[in-house]
Write a protein that binds this ligand. Structure first.
Ligand SMILES: Cc1ncc(C[n+]2csc(CCOP(=O)(O)OP(=O)(O)O)c2C)c(N)n1
Ligand SMILES: [Mg+2]
Length: 312
């Protein structure tokens, strides 16, 4: 969680100063979900993400240098600098890909789960998406097909109460997204997505069901983003578009998943404060080094722009 947070926050300054130019959707505040879910998976399991997927990539074991280089659109990036922040992929560690189209990877995740089932492999697939994706028809088609074929897939909905700047109450008659699993006879849960242990427990249980052929499972994780929808503070051409009430942001700051877990570890004498501080310093060093690597790296050669698009 600390690696994700410090990596995300390290993008703020280069975005504001124009060194990073692709749109960047920061994951700060939602770290417990990627971390708790991926801790319950094996490397060979698949994860599919969305426009806000740096955390999924890092939690699944992605290389931080390649992530940072991708966000600077440099050649050694995980998409060879051609994708930017919203095209994050590392198939070698099961990060099967993320795309900017809302709900765009859900049906791909279902396809991957179908392939695993046909091949009788014990691997599973996790499809991460936001509350906004619950307004896309493809989710319902995917739930139906996955349930019909009993596929080993977890639908992981990260409900942060907003879809861009639209509060969920303006998009849905009620805010109980996990209930959409019921008509398809899908086992569904809702948990506190800012409590990493709860996230881990519910995912471990759901992974067990999927590996036994009792999938799919739907999990709604309640959370909140601590940054703007896109960029650090949604300041688009000097117009602040983050209309979330200040009291609401303050309330969620108190539920910061990292501070909560650190307090738990200290209270239960599992870890000492000095060790937590040492972890912070080590991660800060890793992040700094990743930025240096990215800045020193070349941009892709314009003549090779389509190199990975078409098969040669
Ligand atoms: C199909 C489609 N419609 C609209 C958009 C523009 N858009 C980008 S992100 C976003 C909101 C997504 O909200 P949510 O799924 O809740 O994810 P969050 O940003 O809250 O993590 C929208 C509408 C898009 N990228 N794709
Ligand atoms: Mg949302």
């Amino acid at each position: 969680m600390v690696r994700i947070r410090l990596c995300e926050e390290s993008f703020v300054e280069p975005i504001l100063s124009g060194q990073i130019r692709c749109p960047v959707h920061l994951y700060s505040g939602q770290e417990a979900i990627a971390t708790g879910v991926c801790a319950a998976l094996f490397e060979k399991d698949y994860v599919f993400g969305s426009h806000r997927s740096h955390g999924h990539y890092l939690a699944k074991g992605g290389d931080m240098r390649e992530l940072v280089a991708e966000i600077y659109c440099k050649e050694p990036g995980c998409s060879r600098g051609r994708g930017g922040s919203m095209h994050i992929i590392a198939p070698e560690i099961g990060m099967a890909g993320s795309v900017p189209i809302v709900a765009g990877t859900i049906s791909l995740a279902v396809g991957a789960a179908l392939a695993l089932k046909i091949k009788r492999e014990k691997r599973i697939t996790v499809s991460f998406f936001g509350d906004g994706a619950a307004g896309e028809g493809v989710l319902y088609e995917s739930l139906n097909f996955a349930a019909l074929k009993k596929l080993p897939i977890i639908f992981a909905c990260e409900n942060n109460f907003y879809s861009t700047h639209m509060p969920i109450r303006e998009c849905r008659p009620e805010n109980n997204i996990f209930k959409i699993g019921a008509p398809f006879c899908i086992q569904s849960y809702r948990v506190d997505g800012n409590d990493v242990l709860k996230v881990y427990e519910v995912t471990k249980h759901s992974v067990g069901l999927c590996r036994k052929g009792l999938g799919p499972v739907f999990i709604e994780f309640m959370t909140y983003r601590l940054r703007g929808h896109v960029g650090p503070n949604d300041n688009i051409q000097e117009t602040y578009t983050d209309i979330r009430p200040k009291e609401e942001i303050a309330k969620w700051r108190k539920k910061d998943p990292i501070r909560r877990f650190q307090a738990f570890l200290i209270k239960n004498r599992i870890i000492r404060r000095e060790t937590l501080e040492r972890i912070d310093r080590e991660v800060e060093e890793e992040v700094k080094e990743a930025h240096e690597f990215a800045k020193e790296s070349p941009y892709p050669n314009p003549n090779e722009l389509t190199k990975y698009v078409f098969k040669e």
